[in-house]
Design a binder for this molecule. Structure first.
Ligand code: NAD
Length: 280
C-alpha cells in the first residue's frame, strides 16, 4: 500500500525499494548534506540517492551513521543508492570505483548501484562489474540511469542479470511514455530524477489549479503524480521545511481527471542532456 513514506516497491529480484527518497545532487559535502540527510531520515525518509559525481558520499555516510545512532534505526531500514561515474566505466575501474564509494560511505553493502550514463562502448563492461558485485553480495540491487529503450535492449542482449531500476529525467514536461511502457513490460522500476524539473515547473498554472483544489503545493502534486504513475521519486532539497513538505504526499489522491490534465503538460522536453548526445 502506497500510504506512507516508508512504502516500498518490490524490484524484480525481490528487494524492496522505497517509493520516495531524498536526492542530494549539488548538496555540499560536509554540513549541508549531513544536515539534509539527517533531517530527512528523522522525518521518515528511508532512501537517499547519491553518486560518486556528487562528491558528497562521505557526508551522506556520516549522516546515515549519526541518524541511525540518534533514531535507533538499523542499516536494513535504510536504502542507499550510489552510481559509478562515466570516467570510471569499464570492468576493473568500476570495481575500484565501487570500493572507493563504499569507503567514503563507510558502508559494507550498498542497496542500489547504478551505471550513471550509457557511455558508448563501455556500459556493457561496466554492467559486468555490477553483476559481479551483485553476485558477491556487495549490493542488493543493480540498475542503470539515463538509458533509453535502445540502450536497455542492447545491454540486455548480453546481460546475465536484467537491470532492476532505470533512473531517468522524468517530470510532467518529460513523461517518458515509450520508456515507461517498456520498463513496465520488462519489470524494470522507473525512477524519476529532477522530478520537479529542478524548480522550473513550480509556477505552472495548470499545476497550481490542481494544487489549490487539493490544498497542496505544486511540488506535492508533481510528486504524487510520480507515485500514481508507478515511478519512484527522489526530489532534492536541503531546506528542512521543503524536505518535510515534499514527502507529505501520502494523504491525498489525484483524480483520473487531474492525472490526465498533468499528462497533458508533456512536451518531451528535457532540462538535462539527451542520453543519445552527451559529451561527459
Ligand atoms: P529536482 O527536480 O529534485 O529539483 C531540485 C530543486 O528544486 C532544488 O533547487 C530545490 O531547492 C528545489 N525544490 C525542492 N523542493 C522544493 C519545494 N517544495 N518548493 C520549491 N522548490 C523546491 O532536481 P534534481 O536535484 O536535479 O533531481 C533530484 C535528484 O535526482 C538529485 O538530487 C539526484 O539525486 C538525482 N539526479 C540524478 C541524475 C542522473 O543522471 N541519474 C541527474 C540529476 C539528478
Amino acid at each position: 500500500m502506497l500510504n506512507n513514506l516508508q512504502a516500498t516497491t518490490t524490484l524484480h529480484n525481490g528487494v524492496k525499494m522505497p517509493w520516495f527518497g531524498l536526492g542530494v545532487y549539488k548538496a555540499q559535502d560536509g554540513d549541508e548534506v549531513i544536515q539534509a540527510v539527517k533531517i530527512a531520515i528523522k522525518n521518515g525518509y528511508r532512501s537517499i540517492d547519491t553518486a560518486a559525481l556528487y562528491n558528497n558520499e562521505e557526508g551522506v555516510g556520516q549522516a546515515v551513521s549519526e541518524a541511525m545512532e540518534e533514531t535507533g534505526l538499523s542499516r536494513e531500514d535504510l536504502f542507499i543508492t550510489s552510481k559509478v561515474w562515466n570516467a570510471d566505466q569499464g570492468y576493473e575501474s568500476t570495481l575500484a570505483a565501487f570500493e572507493l564509494t563504499m569507503t567514503k560511505l563507510g558502508l559494507e553493502k550498498l542497496d542500489l548501484y547504478l551505471v550513471h550514463w550509457p557511455v558508448n562502448g563501455k556500459y556493457k563492461d561496466t554492467w559486468r562489474a555490477l553483476e559481479q558485485l551483485y553476485k558477491d553480495g556487495r549490493v542488493h540491487a543493480i540498475g542503470v540511469s539515463n538509458f533509453h529503450v535502445h540502450h536497455l535492449q542492447d545491454l540486455m542482449k548480453d546481460a546475465e542479470i536484467k537491470p532492476m531500476v532505470n533512473q531517468v529525467e522524468y517530470h510532467p514536461r518529460l513523461a517518458q511514455l515509450e520508456l515507461s511502457t517498456f520498463c513496465k513490460e520488462q519489470d524494470i522500476q522507473l525512477e524519476a530524477w529532477a522530478p520537479l524539473m529542478q524548480g522550473k515547473l513550480l509556477d505552472n498554472a495548470t499545476l497550481q489549479e490542481i494544487a489549490s483544489k487539493h490544498g497542496k503545493s505544486i511540488a506535492q502534486v508533481i510528486l504524487r503524480w510520480d507515485l500514481q504513475n508507478g515511478v519512484v521519486t527522489i526530489p532534492k532539497s536541503t531546506t528542512e521545511h521543503r524536505i518535510i513538505e515534499n514527502a507529505d504526499v501520502f494523504n491525498f489522491e489525484l483524480s483520473a481527471e487531474d492525472m490526465e490534465q498533468i499528462n497533458g503538460l508533456n512536451e518531451n522536453l528535457r532540462n538535462g542532456p539527451d542520453p543519445d548526445n552527451f559529451n561527459f
